[in-house]
Design a protein around this ligand. Structure first.
Ligand code: PGA
Length: 259
């Protein structure tokens, strides 16, 4: 099962995951990061930013999880723009080493397989940062997504469009389609780090960590992964049946065993 770490704040979660990334990059300056967008990963990027002076991230390679289809890449809410603004520029990554799935309509039939090929050529993803949607999606793999799926076009659920309306002028401006790494793609990353904060995520987190493994809750795919870490605040952990055991496990974690 996943290792579940319940922390007191988003900042604490960000610091913990940033530490894992720092260790990874110290060991391999060309490490490959799987980058998530949305509100959830921001504390990780903020914590990393505070460490930029002591760490050179310029050789790190990055692959974003997803992108909207048909959005102008210069739109401030395209994930290309978000990754540039939140990750590449503040952390000093080389933009040529960071890819976002191509959501342009021209050639959309092969953008997914091109992306898979690029991830393969980079040697695969070392550490994949994940958020989780209120409907249980990871990446933009909505309920029903195959556990074997690769990067492809999906239709967003209305729930996801409503959740993401806060980034746009209105819900009608949220694109209907996306291109996302598949669950199969995500499961091939060597380490999954899923973060979630707030009561609104509690049901999705409980389903992902403790529920049946089912395509109806795509986040439950993490139970199939040999190395998955779930970092949540108290509110997001509030529906976990074995929360006490997770705390006990973490409190008694051997020093040599890091995130
Ligand atoms: P959020 O989105 O981080 O903005 O809550 C998570 C997700 O949809 O994966």
């Amino acid at each position: 099962m996943a290792e579940v770490i319940i922390v007191e704040s988003r900042e604490a979660a960000g610091a913990l995951v940033a530490d894992a990334i720092v260790r990874l990059v110290r060991g391999n300056p060309e490490a490959v990061l799987g980058l998530a967008t949305g509100s959830t990963p921001l504390p990780v990027y903020e914590a990393l930013r505070a460490r930029v002076g002591e760490l050179d991230l310029s050789k790190v390679r990055g692959f974003a999880l997803d992108e909207y289809v048909g959005i102008d890449p210069r739109h401030p809410e395209s994930y290309r723009s978000v990754i540039t603004r939140e990750v590449v520029e503040p952390l000093g990554l080389d933009p040529r080493r960071v890819r976002v799935p191509d959501g342009s309509l021209d050639g959309i039939e092969h953008h997914g397989s091109d992306y898979e090929e690029a991830i393969g050529e980079a040697g695969g993803i070392d550490l994949q940062i994940l958020g989780i949607g209120t409907d249980g999606h990871i990446g933009f793999n909505e309920p029903g997504s195959s556990f074997a799926s690769i990067t492809r076009v999906k239709t967003l659920t209305q729930q996801t469009r409503d959740d993401n309306a806060r980034f746009f002028d209105s819900v009608d401006d949220v694109p209907m389609h996306c291109i996302t790494q598949g669950l199969g793609t995500i499961l091939r990353a060597r380490h999954l780090v899923l973060l979630a904060f707030g009561e609104g995520k509690a049901a999705a987190v409980a389903g992902a960590v403790e529920g049946p493994v089912t395509a109806s809750l795509p986040g439950s795919a993490i139970q199939l992964h040999p190395r998955a870490s779930v970092v949540v605040d108290e509110a997001a952990a509030s529906r976990l049946r074995f929360a006490e055991y997770y705390r006990y496990t973490y409190d008694n974690k051997p020093d040599w065993q890091v995130l």
